[in-house]
Design a protein around this ligand. Structure first.
Ligand code: NI
Length: 139
């Protein structure tokens, strides 16, 4: 049986992250933080569902990072070469003295692409990563 009763739990985060989160809550028109967190959790669960999926998808992995971070460029290149068959194109933008924006266009099994995205976004020096995807056979 599904438990739909509301449960409470505590969340700790850095003050500046919380400030940004509160701004997001306001901008997106959520009633409160709880409602926003519920939506974020639902999104994360959908992403998680994809991980075992064999479906062929196309999409992009967007990465913001600091290229001064030690070994980051080398690790990124190694990871991308190890799954070169999934990568259609990469575009790199030098945003300012230290920040880079990279867009990696991908196509392949969703579980493989999700794994690649997780590897890249969890590298030290990557400030933000976003994986967007669409199922190829439904376009
Ligand atoms: Ni750059």
């Amino acid at each position: 049986m599904q438990d739909s009763t509301l449960k409470r739990f505590g969340v700790s985060m850095e003050g500046n992250l919380l400030e940004k989160f509160d701004l997001l809550v306001k901008q997106k028109g959520y009633e409160n933080r709880s409602e926003a967190v519920r939506d974020l959790v639902r999104d994360a669960l959908i992403q998680q569902l994809w991980e075992g999926d064999e479906q062929i998808v196309a999409g992009s992995i967007l990465l913001f990072y600091n290229h001064h971070q030690r070994n980051l460029l080398e690790e990124m290149t190694n990871i991308q070469h190890s799954v070169h068959n999934l990568i259609i194109a990469t575009t790199h933008f030098h945003l300012n003295h230290e920040s880079c924006l990279e867009i990696i266009v991908v196509k392949g099994k969703v579980k493989d692409i999700q794994q690649l995205s997780n590897k890249l976004t969890s590298l030290k020096g990557v400030a933000y990563g976003k994986f967007t995807v669409a199922p190829v056979d439904q376009i």
